[in-house]
Design a protein around this ligand. Structure first.
Ligand code: PYC
Length: 313
């Protein structure tokens, strides 16, 4: 038997499982190299931690790793039911809440290394966390893609720590009751983007789709489909960052102005941004939310368990 120590939390409804001990050693290289090692050599571990029977499609895992820069509170590599993520906003808030729960950090400013860059996190006394994400930008504006059974769909391609295709006002209402239809629509859209080779910078696959619509009690409501076909229960930190980048590029949101982003469950993140180099084309987004700890324990790996490595999607 082997054991893995974990802490579970949710951020605005979206779960995070932080592996705090017992994970694989990924070496001392830069975080992108360690991510590659996790992908190449320890994919069974990824699947075992987040997939059924220990987890579910919606669970995001976070493997803590020694930071390269000793001034950082930790390094972290996020993963989900199908692979690894560059960054994860709700997950970073979950990591901060977890480190505070374990007594490893106190309220104040902290830095966290991710494979796509270092982010900072302000933990407040009331448990709220504001993360300052990696530089985010809109890559392409108003791109049209033909989606079978739907017709032409137009949207923006943006980076917020992951690649997003952002669509305004899809043909169905953004309500919980419509989650199956929204999933179907967003999945078809993502497949069409891949088929038509519409990508992020450097040919990167667009693996998140963000649908938005006006909301009476927020600036916008969204539905975000993640790479493994699960929808984000939170307003999505990297998705909100990508949204802020599009708003900034369009001149629709000023630096420092607060954007209240509601997710599909009705929970909120507050976002704002500062310009990176005096230009609204590249922004540094801030996202505020709160995570709650839901469980702490040990995952057990029994060599005789036919599903020791999880049920792969
Ligand atoms: O909050 O950035 C996020 C996120 C990405 C995937 C799921 N949540």
């Amino acid at each position: 038997m082997t054991f893995v120590e974990f802490v579970d939390s949710h951020t605005a409804g979206e779960p995070t499982r932080v592996v705090v001990a017992g994970g694989p050693w990924l070496g001392e290289g830069a975080l992108p190299e360690r991510l590659q090692r996790l992908v190449r050599e320890h994919d069974a571990f990824r699947s075992a931690v987040v997939n059924e029977p220990r987890g579910s499609d919606v669970l995001v895992g976070a493997l803590l790793t020694e930071p390269e820069n000793r001034g950082c509170a930790t390094g972290v590599i996020f993963f989900n039911n199908v692979g690894c993520l560059g960054m994860c906003g709700h997950g970073t808030i979950g990591v901060v809440a977890t480190l505070a729960h374990l007594g490893r950090i106190q309220p104040g400013q902290h830095r966290i290394e991710t494979p796509v860059g270092t982010v900072s996190a302000l933990l407040r006394e009331n448990g709220e966390v504001t993360i300052e994400n990696v530089v985010s930008y809109r890559y392409r504006r108003d791109v049209e893609v033909q989606v079978p059974g739907v017709g032409p769909v137009r949207g923006d391609v943006a980076w917020g720590g992951n690649w997003f295709f952002l669509v305004e006002s899809p043909p169905m209402e953004l309500t919980r009751a419509n989650c199956d239809r929204l999933t179907e629509y967003a999945w078809e859209l993502r497949c069409a983007l891949n088929r038509h080779r519409i990508t992020g910078a450097g040919g990167a696959e667009i693996d998140h789709v963000e649908l938005s619509a006006p909301a009476p009690d927020a600036d916008s409501r969204n539905f975000v489909l993640c790479p493994g076909r699960a929808y984000d229960r939170s307003p999505c930190g990297t998705g909100t960052s990508a949204k802020l980048a599009c708003l900034a590029a369009e001149g629709k949101l000023l630096p420092g102005q607060v954007w209240r982003q509601k997710g599909i469950l009705g929970t909120l993140f507050e976002g704002s941004y500062r310009m990176e180099n005096g230009s609204a084309d590249r922004i540094v987004p801030s996202i505020t939310g709160r995570a709650h700890i839901t469980a702490q324990g040990r995952l057990i790996f029994d060599p005789d368990d036919p599903f020791r490595d999880g049920i792969r999607v």
